[in-house]
Design a protein around this ligand. Structure first.
Ligand SMILES: [Zn+2]
Length: 142
């Protein structure tokens, strides 16, 4: 899974953590070489990681407003991406997805219970430092 943070400009490592905000700019720290760096355009350009994530959720039947709430991305942006990339959702959506946001420990506990996963279409996607589980109750396909 790609890092949601920019790579280190010094050693190109993906192992990056947030390290405070300096003069309105997000500061990052490289865990590999310990180099601190800031990124100019935070908030202006949205990481392509989130574009893909938003479109994934859209295809899974999550509404624009819910995507906005979950990812913190304006539903107008998401609508524009759907148009730009010509995303079409197949009409045969017979079930409304349900989803939950879990941390890693909760995710492990959740999937360890058979009743939580049996008979359910399931998709787990990384969401910042948490995980999102999208499920559909078993439906009949003709
Ligand atoms: Zn580095």
């Amino acid at each position: 899974m790609a890092s949601i943070f920019p790579p280190c400009p010094k050693c190109d490592s993906d192992d990056i953590s947030k390290n405070g905000v300096i003069k309105g700019k997000q500061r990052y720290k490289c865990r590999t070489c310990l180099y601190n760096f800031t990124v100019e355009k935070m908030g202006k350009s949205i990481d392509s990681y989130y574009v893909v994530k938003a479109l994934q959720l859209y295809i899974e039947g999550v509404s624009y407003r819910e995507i906005e709430r979950l990812l913190g991305i304006s539903h107008v942006s998401v609508m524009n991406w759907v148009k730009k990339y010509q995303i079409k959702v197949p009409k045969q959506n017979l079930a409304t997805p349900t989803y939950r946001i879990l941390n890693h420990k909760e995710l492990g506990e959740f999937v360890s219970r058979p009743q939580n996963v049996e008979g359910k279409g399931m998709l787990i996607t990384e969401l910042g430092d948490k995980f999102m589980v999208i499920q559909w109750n078993r439906i009949t396909f003709n």
